[in-house]
Design a binder for this molecule. Sequence first.
Ligand code: HEC
Length: 191
Amino acid sequence: MFNKRTMLVVFMLGGIQACGKTGEVSEVVIKQEAQAETAVAAESPELKIDADSFVCLNEMTAVRHYFVDNLRSDLAATVAAAESADGAVFPPGSVVQLVPTEAMVKHNSGWNAATNDWEFFELDVSAEGSSIRNRGFTDVVNRFGGNCFGCHIKAEAKYDLICELDHGCDPIPVTREMIAGIQAQDPRCAD
Ligand code: HEC
């Protein structure tokens, strides 16, 4: 925030201060700085998510029992959020998968307040890759008739809609052992 230009302005303000009337001037400068930062955030390109955004689970990064990726090349921040013992807000671009056919992707901040900016995906997967069967925020239903958002929103707020086993979501009828088997058989990983 304090780049050279700001430092110069601050320095100049110091000069003005000597003549009085500082309060008003510095307030204007602070407002301009804030506006400039908002403009930069608004300009950051919308996240592009298509079938190619999803890859074989083995090509993603394993964190404990699930897999993560980041579509904005900010994998370290996604891994840090996933590894946080007490929950964390995932950074934009984060992809989280437990099984090959279901994914959550984090959009830019402000994209959808109801879902904490997460979009839910149901995928079809084969040796040819992934295709998107269904995507959206509050209305995506999985193969078992369950609404992704309906379950994941029940996670305690600090966990940013990540369920695991004890964050407050309704359970799924699949054990971790079964999940490991499903993960190992991701058809996209063939050769
Ligand atoms: C019946 C409730 C329920 C529904 C419906 C559901 N999930 Fe989940 N989901 C869970 C639970 C519980 C876990 C944690 C399982 C575990 O850690 O063994 C989980 C785990 C996940 C994870 C790994 C990160 C995490 O939250 O632990 C992702 C990603 C995920 N689900 C995406 C989806 C998507 C996408 C859909 C819809 C297509 C969906 N889920 C539907 C309950 C649900």
